[in-house]
Design a protein around this ligand. Structure first.
Ligand code: IVH
Length: 704
């Protein structure tokens, strides 16, 4: 190898080592990461590979030889009796299979090795030391050798036993609770025989913050103007490591899940599964859903099934952990510097990534709402490439102080649209400026308006080409008039060339109008005219959808069409009258009445009819059919401020799916939807045992 390239490699190693050490500090000591986990893993992997290829270039204090960061100032440090190791990662199936092959090579066996599959809970690792059955010390992992003494704090975690329960592991399988998480019920199996606890017992596990509690905590922090946590893990680590003005409620929300015994394993226990069962007998909650797998294929199956339910689990879970089940084989296989060779973490694809905001564009929607959209440097996250993220409105931008040029943490969970979690302030360019929505509409230059009690900024010009374009695209969409061939490009041309200045103009287009458009020949003009003509013969319900009235989608339109039958009857109906229709709540009623109260909307609708838009009466849907929504018969109470939906929007969506909104919580309430600063209704819900859900869960219900 040439000297140059060797220097280059050394430089890269130096750089990576320094970066990783810096990230370790940000992650472990400040609970405020500067890069996504995926990016961190990539840096670490690159360094590991370079060091493996050039061992002589490895720095003496390389971060590959350590785990985490040394204890932070302010905490007493505790030396772990045995190092707290980390796990090697597998990123895909072939790496997981390679792990199995290595295990079998090390054991010199051709037959299958039995494993235990556990979820890799994403929290903060904790060691608990019990002396003769009594909790003595709780310590964070720190750098794996020395951790921080957090005993006082962890005593507040509800499910950490202060004293072990007497109980001997039975070989029975622990009960499976309805949420799929094993409970500690087996501890009730306590045997009558005299229990002697190990003199020293070191239990290791993960401190996690349930996702629902995480969202509540962040909403509270935002309410107080504090920076929210990026994810439940940082929130858990931050809560665990509170030094001053300790908030005991935050500790109360944490949960400990035990996954290993590092010292004091009773000699009759032979496997990891038995260790977990013994932990349950002592009174711990253990790795939820753990499973004995007879070979690597079963482990992969376990991994896949966990991935399927990933977003429904109460805790954040970033992969599965595969451990050799037999303890004697674990000892035979041993460990390398920072990780055991008998276990591997098989990671899920990342749901969070870091990227840069290249620009912020302002889009104008059908209702004139100005929506800021971040144009991102494309990044692969949650299985897709993401290059846009909605910033919703000015309040959202202000709250997160999002600026052009910022490096941001973005996330995409399941089918959820990508969102910006937070700005990484450490990477903000010095010249950056706060972002404000323009004071004039970017499309028609009208001065924009923002009503005092609304988060949205709107262009008030009903003739704004942007509004006409989105309205037209909506009208042509499948749920509305379903006009074949009228896509966004054509809509753009029609509006830009002033052939369509208002929606109804579409039905007055002539062959010549179309022929003059760029790239429109005789054939395509004829085809489009025929499609528009065909679309004129529709149903009342579809026509109502096509008008683009807020909150009127297919379900609501079908109910309205069924009840009113003619456009005149619909136009004449008061808000009260509309609200009296079964399945229509006050928000929708108000929206429909307000729409038709505008002269322009009425004329537009009638002008469409004059141009030949028509429907047969019998086309209206049957009442019963329309009123069946996925939430039919369910009663909801809203409390607090939701992250992105306004109260009206939430109400409208629930109603549109057949649900009912009531104002007070009772035993009959099916769900309480709690947002930021939720008050007494939330307490009442807890008191009555009513399900409490957040916006994410609500959206899932609506999606179902
Ligand atoms: S076993 C010697 N099991 O993942 C084995 N770790 O990257 C050490 N983790 O620091 C860990 N769930 O905090 C194990 N079921 C599980 C786990 C788990 C989460 C964490 C643990 C460790 C990190 C390894």
């Amino acid at each position: 190898m040439s000297r140059e390239s060797k220097t280059e490699i050394q430089q890269r190693i130096d750089f990576l080592s320094a970066e990783i050490t810096r990230h370790n500090k940000a992650y472990y000591q400040s609970d405020r990461p500067e890069v996504s986990d995926a990016e961190y893993d990539r840096l670490l992997r690159e360094l590991e590979t370079l060091e493996a290829e050039h061992p002589e270039l490895r720095l003496a204090d390389s971060p590959t030889q350590r785990i985490g960061a040394a204890p932070a100032e302010g905490f007493t440090s505790v030396r772990h009796r045995t190092p707290m190791l980390s796990l090697e990662n597998a990123m895909n199936e072939s790496e997981a299979r390679a792990f199995d092959e290595r295990v079998r090579r090390l054991l010199d066996t051709k037959i299958c090795v039995e494993y235990v599959g556990e979820p890799k809970l994403d929290g903060a690792s904790l060691e608990l030391i019990y002396r003769n059955g009594v909790l003595e010390v709780g310590a964070t992992r720190g750098d794996g050798i020395e951790g921080e003494d957090v005993t006082a704090n962890i005593r507040r975690i509800w499910n950490i036993p202060l004293a072990l329960q007497a109980g001997v592991s039975t070989q029975n399988h622990p009960t499976q609770k309805s949420d799929g998480f094993r409970s500690a019920e087996t501890r009730k199996d306590a045997q009558t025989e005299l229990q002697i606890f190990p003199e020293t017992l070191s239990v290791r596990g993960e401190v996690v913050l349930p996702v629902a509690a995480f969202e509540r905590l962040n909403a509270e922090r935002l309410g107080r103007g504090e920076e929210p946590f990026a994810n439940p893990r940082n929130a858990a680590a931050g809560s665990l490591r509170q030094l001053h003005d300790i908030d005991v409620r935050r500790l109360g929300a944490l949960e400990f899940r035990a996954y290993a015994v590092a010292e004091g394993i009773p000699s009759h226990l032979k496997t990891q599964a038995e260790v977990l069962q013994q932990l349950e007998c002592w009174g711990f909650l253990v790795s939820p859903r753990f499973q004995v797998c007879s070979n690597i294929d079963a482990v992969l199956e376990f991994h896949r099934s966990l991935l399927d339910v990933r977003n429904q689990l109460p805790f954040e879970c970033d992969g599965s952990v595969c451990k050799v089940n037999r303890l004697d084989l674990q000892r035979d296989i041993g460990e390398v510097s920072r990780a055991p060779r008998w276990a591997i973490a098989y990671k899920f694809p990342p749901q969070q990534e870091t990227t840069q905001i290249e620009n912020i564009e302002v889009q104008v929607g059908r209702t004139g709402a100005l929506t800021p959209v971040a144009k991102l440097k494309p990044v692969h996250v949650g299985g897709v490439t993401v290059s846009n993220a909605s910033l919703h409105n000015q309040d959202e931008i202000d709250r997160k102080d999002i600026r052009i040029g910022d490096t941001v943490l973005i996330q995409r969970a399941g089918d959820v649209i990508p969102q910006i979690v937070q700005v990484i302030l450490a990477k903000r360019p010095a010249s950056s400026q706060r972002f404000h929505l323009p004071s004039r509409c970017p499309q028609c230059d009208s001065p924009v308006v923002r009503l005092t009690d609304e988060a949205v900024t709107r262009c008030p010009n009903v003739d704004c080409p942007a509004q006409i374009k989105t309205s037209l695209t909506h009208l042509a969409s499948r749920a509305a008039l379903n006009i074949d061939g009228l896509g966004e490009k054509l809509v753009h041309q029609l509006v830009e060339t002033h052939r369509v200045r208002r929606i109804s103009d579409l039905f007055y287009l002539t062959f010549d109008d179309l022929l003059q458009l760029e790239r429109m020949g005789e054939k395509s003009s004829e085809k489009l005219l025929a499609a528009i003509d065909a679309a004129k013969h529709t149903t009342f319900s579809r026509f109502l959808v096509s008008l683009g009235i807020r909150h009127v989608g297919e379900t609501v339109a079908a109910i309205l069409a069924d009840e009113f039958e003619t456009l005149d009857a619909m136009i004449d109906a008061s808000s009260e009258k509309i609200q009296s229709v079964e399945g229509i709540g006050p928000v929708i009623a108000e929206s429909v009445a307000t729409f038709f109260a505008h002269e322009r909307n009425r004329t537009e609708a009638l002008r469409c009819l004059e141009a030949g838009v028509r429907w047969d009466r019998s086309d209206s849907k049957k009442k019963t059919e329309a009123r069946e929504g996925p939430l039919a018969g369910k009663t909801f109470v809203l409390t607090g401020t939701l992250p992105t939906l306004t109260r009206d929007e939430a109400k409208a969506r629930i109603e549109a799916h057949g649900g009912k909104i009531t104002s007070s919580v009772s035993k009959k309430t099916d769900y309480v939807v709690a947002g930021e600063a939720a008050g007494s209704k939330l307490d009442k819900a807890h008191e009555l045992g009513v399900s409490v859900i957040d916006q994410t869960e609500l959206l899932k219900l609506l999606d179902a």
